[in-house]
Design a protein around this ligand. Structure first.
Ligand code: ARG
Length: 246
């Protein structure tokens, strides 16, 4: 087969693999903790933004919560990210503070809510975006939360990313003091979310182009997914796993 046609087949295969996940996630809320402005070039950031727009375009409901790097105006950053999303013909709106009612109203009106955890009356209180993401995910019944940033997952002692972990496995590493810095923050809130009913929390690096789409729409993903236990697979995943072990 010539190279061009082979490529088409490969692209179609990617779409076919995505189909069951598209079915799982349409009309579901996916909270994206967006910790990217600091790490990505303009071109890389636009790719990330496009991935979020793609989610929205196929009927997933993304909510973006962002970190603002030190020294940058939170409210301006909020507007900047909403504007970036709007560049790709979607409606996005910046919201200051975690206000669930406003978020729900924006979703109903077809906007992607872009949230900075601080409002004008608590402008200087340190509120972690991970904490805000937890509050939002738990109170909106989100299907999953993705932490996108510099940390590209949880690594084993050899330094390899662990693709999937149960809550108990993460707790073991946590107790053994394996996490520090921002990864520790992410893991801490991931564990809380899982305990409060969020089905899956993912930690993935934002540097790889389209990491978000690959994580959401493939079975293997790119980062680490944390699940409550080994029972929490989607039916199509169970079938694939069974076929792979035959
Ligand atoms: N796409 C699926 C999901 O979003 C599976 C992701 C698996 N990711 C991983 N790092 N193993 O839930």
């Amino acid at each position: 087969m010539d190279r061009y046609l082979e490529n088409i087949e490969h692209k179609a295969a990617v779409l076919c693999d995505a189909l069951p996940y598209i079915r799982d996630f349409v009309n579901k809320i996916i909270v994206v903790e967006y910790d990217c402005g600091e790490w990505l070039s303009g071109v890389e950031e636009k790719k990330m933004i496009k991935d979020i727009v793609l989610l929205k375009s196929i009927g997933v409901i993304p909510i973006v919560v962002h970190r603002t790097q030190m020294g940058v105006d939170k409210f301006r950053e909020n507007k900047r990210i909403a504007k970036l999303l709007e560049l790709y013909d979607t409606k996005a709106i910046g919201i200051c503070g975690v206000d669930i009612e406003t978020i729900q109203m924006m979703i109903k009106n077809d906007y992607i809510p872009v949230i900075t955890p601080n409002d004008i009356d608590n402008e200087d209180t340190p509120i972690l975006p991970e904490e805000a993401a937890k509050e939002i995910a738990v109170s909106t019944g989100a299907e999953k939360v993705l932490f996108l940033g510099k940390e590209d997952g949880i690594r084993d002692d050899e330094g390899h990313i662990i693709s999937q972990m149960t809550r108990d496995e993460v707790v073991k590493m946590y107790v053994a003091g394996k996490f520090e810095g921002r990864l520790l923050q992410k893991v801490t809130y991931a564990l809380q979310m899982i305990e409060q009913g969020v089905p899956r929390v993912h930690i993935l690096g934002s540097k790889m182009a389209h990491a978000l789409l690959v994580e959401i729409f493939s079975i293997i993903g790119v980062g680490t997914v944390i699940m409550p236990d080994k029972e929490h697979y989607y039916p199509h995943e169970l079938k694939k796993r069974a076929a792979a072990t035959k």
